[in-house]
Ligand binder design. Structure first.
Ligand code: ADP
Ligand code: MG
Length: 389
């Protein structure tokens, strides 16, 4: 659904629920990380793209002061938040993403206006495409529209990240909120997780698109393994005598190989290689060198599978099918994206072959795993926008 169609839908839902037309409509996208996995907590680079899937809110000032009413059009669930006092955590669970952002604005000295809100989202929930950041950044954008005061997009992203930390209890990095707030149509975002510097990387060639393939599995060993990987990276950095793996080179690692366990060596090899692959991929995208970008994506997947050991059978199956289709069939590259142990793969594909590629991946994935994948294509979408206001 295009953003325009989506805004018509959410406006109609608002009208139905509150009996009048909305004054503001705002949206913020989900994202897919094209390359740069498990690099963020090693001070490295990530290269996410905003996808054409959005959290969207329609709103108007409310008559009753000190209260925000929120209607979730998908779950047909309403809730209200008292904004006359400091906003706290509460029920239902999803309201905390919104509450956290409202609290962030209060901390900045903003008096939260009384509002009626209807919202919907086309970002799949819990699928690793950051429906949570989309919801947070969308809320922050609504606050900007309703108060008439824009805030610096980086501060906005950090405010949304803090909401996720403090109100959802998820110790996420900065990528999701940054791309949702700062994304620009036709561009990826190269983000330096050490300095928080961002660079927009143009990707305007209409002959390519990204294909997101959700394996629809989530293996539960995720969080424990994640903590282990972090510790292994810290231990590698310590042995190499650097503040973080961002500061180490592949040469340095080879020379110090004898000083660390084989596992720690492989973890570091992934991270050091992946940071390099990410900056190279940004360069390749700028030059529309799609075969080079595709190869970097395959190399990223192999390292995540063999060195970092965060892939799983289903993700590997998708990448194997993509490799089978190959360059001839319109696939340049494919890799798992996100933390791993399930979730999504992302493939770089020829736009003209999308239908055939999607069909083949769906059929072969089902044949090999017995599971239905969810597949959609996207070009780099815009970040948070005020559609009406
Ligand atoms: P992801 O960000 O990868 O989609 P998360 O677990 O971080 O996964 O966030 C998913 C949660 O965000 C959902 O369980 C829900 O609480 C909340 N959420 C996001 N969008 C919506 C929505 N449109 N309606 C209700 N809850 C939502
Ligand atoms: Mg999330």
């Amino acid at each position: 659904m295009t953003l325009k169609t989506l805004s018509i839908h959410v406006a109609a839902e608002f009208q139905k629920h509150y009996g009048r037309a909305p004054r503001w409509i705002v949206a913020a996208p989900g994202r897919v990380n094209v390359i740069g996995e498990h690099t963020d907590y090693n001070d490295g680079f990530v290269l996410p793209m905003a996808i054409e899937r959005y959290a969207i809110m329609a709103a108007d000032s409310a008559a009753a002061p000190g209260k925000i009413s929120i209607y979730d059009t998908q779950f047909k669930e309403s809730t209200s938040v008292d904004v006359s006092a400091p906003v706290t955590k509460g029920e239902p669970k999803w309201s905390n993403y919104i509450r956290g952002v409202l609290a962030g604005f209060q901390k900045r000295g903003v008096t939260i206006p009384a509002l009626d809100i209807a919202f919907m989202s086309t970002v799949p929930l819990g699928g690793g495409l950051s429906s949570s950041a989309a919801l947070e950044v969308c809320t922050a954008t609504l606050m900007e529209a309703a108060t008439g005061k824009a805030i610096d997009p980086i501060e906005k992203a950090l405010l949304a990240q803090k909401a996720e930390h403090d109100f959802a209890g998820v110790p996420c990095g900065i990528m999701d909120q940054f791309i949702s707030a700062l994304g620009r149509e036709g561009h990826l975002l190269l983000l330096d997780c050490r300095t928080r510097q961002t660079q927009l990387v143009p990707m305007s060639d209409p002959s390519v698109e990204l294909l997101v393939v959700n394996t629809n599995v989530k293996h539960e060993l995720g969080s424990g393994e994640y903590a282990k990987r972090r510790a292994e990276c810290e231990s590698a950095a310590k042995i190499l005598g650097v503040a973080s793996l961002r500061d180490a080179t592949a040469d340095q690692l080879e020379k110090a190989k004898g000083k660390m366990s084989e596992v720690v060596y492989r973890r570091a090899r992934h991270v050091i290689g992946e940071i390099e692959r990410t900056t190279h991929a940004a360069e390749g995208i700028r030059n529309s060198n799609w075969p080079a970008v595709g190869n970097l994506m395959y190399a990223s997947h192999a390292a995540l599978r063999d060195d970092y050991e965060v892939s799983c059978k289903e993700l590997d199956v998708v990448v194997e099918i993509a490799e089978d289709i190959g360059y001839q069939g319109g696939v340049y590259g494919c890799r798992m994206t996100g933390g791993g142990f399930g979730g999504c793969c992302v493939a770089l594909v020829k736009a003209s072959d999308i239908a055939a590629i999607s069909k083949k991946i769906a059929a072969d994935y089902h044949m090999k795993t017995g599971i239905e994948a969810t597949i959609f294509a996207s070009r780099p979408a815009a970040g948070a926008t005020i559609i009406k206001g």
